[in-house]
Design a protein around this ligand. Structure first.
Ligand SMILES: [Zn+2]
Length: 265
């Protein structure tokens, strides 16, 4: 089987298993994975709306945005842009940058997909990311965060929650890279200046090293985690944030807490 067929087949298996269809907001970060996901999804019969979240991380955000625009030009789409600054949050003043980035991206992605009446928001998370995240949580006895180990999570209109779709869930880092190179897809090679801590990178290397010794072990891990996730009953109930009305575990969502900290609400 040629590589392109293999790659598309892995995405199709997610689409078919979960019956993904309709209108999909595609989160572009400018990095190789989200660009590959977007490129591959244009080969399906979806209505796609690509968007970029400008966190305002100095030059890095600008460079990434240029790449997101580039792929949209190539594929004939208009890129929608969301600016964190418009919500009164100044990233340069944030102390826990990775945590602010994570909260803001999750919130704004969902809000965008909900407002554009999309059935799902698609992200570039691949198998390597998913396993690193899962093992990192296991290493910190963080079982609640363990949920989400599924390629597709359904949405809930009443809770203003868009579905989540990870088309690259069964594809490894190097496979995404190969797809990007084969299709000459432009992508940002720079890493975020606040890039992840070393332990996560080490975990990722460890996972890939095992994969080299036992081919297929990564896919099996992912399938096991998917089953565990299905068995786990959700401990915390999702409700609506009392300020913005979007999904929240507590009375007020993390994003509104951030905005409050910056004195905007
Ligand atoms: Zn809120």
């Amino acid at each position: 089987m040629n590589f392109e067929k293999y790659f598309m087949g892995k995405i199709r298996s997610v689409v078919d298993k979960y019956g993904v269809k309709g209108r999909i907001a595609v989160a572009l970060s400018g990095g190789k994975d989200s660009m590959a996901a977007f490129h591959a999804l244009t080969k399906f019969k979806f209505e796609l709306i690509p968007f970029y979240i400008d966190l305002g991380i100095e030059e890095y955000s600008k460079v990434c945005m240029e790449y997101a625009k580039k792929i949209c030009d190539i594929l004939g789409y208009k890129l929608q842009i969301i600016k964190l600054k418009d919500y009164g949050i100044d990233f340069s003043k944030a102390r826990k940058k990775c945590s602010v980035c994570g909260t803001a991206k999750r919130y704004l992605m969902n809000k965008f997909a909900f407002e554009y009446d999309c059935d799902y928001v698609a992200t570039g998370h691949n198998l390597s990311d998913a396993l690193t995240f899962a093992f990192n949580n296991l290493a910190s006895v963080n079982i609640l965060n363990f949920r989400g180990m599924k390629p597709v999570l359904p949405g809930n209109k009443d809770l203003r929650m868009a579905g989540r779709f990870k088309p690259l869930f069964y594809l490894k880092d190097d496979e995404c890279m190969e797809y990007v190179k084969m299709n000459e897809i432009p992508y940002c090679k720079e890493k975020c200046p606040y890039a992840r801590d070393a332990p996560t990178i080490e975990l990722k290397e460890w996972i890939h090293e095992m994969e080299r010794k036992r081919n297929g072990i990564m896919l099996n891990f992912a399938k096991s985690f998917e089953k565990i996730e299905e068995m786990m009953t959700r401990q915390q109930k999702i409700r609506q944030c009392s300020i913005c009305g979007y999904p929240s575990y507590g009375n007020i969502c993390k994003f509104c807490k951030l905005r409050r900290k910056y004195g905007k609400i």
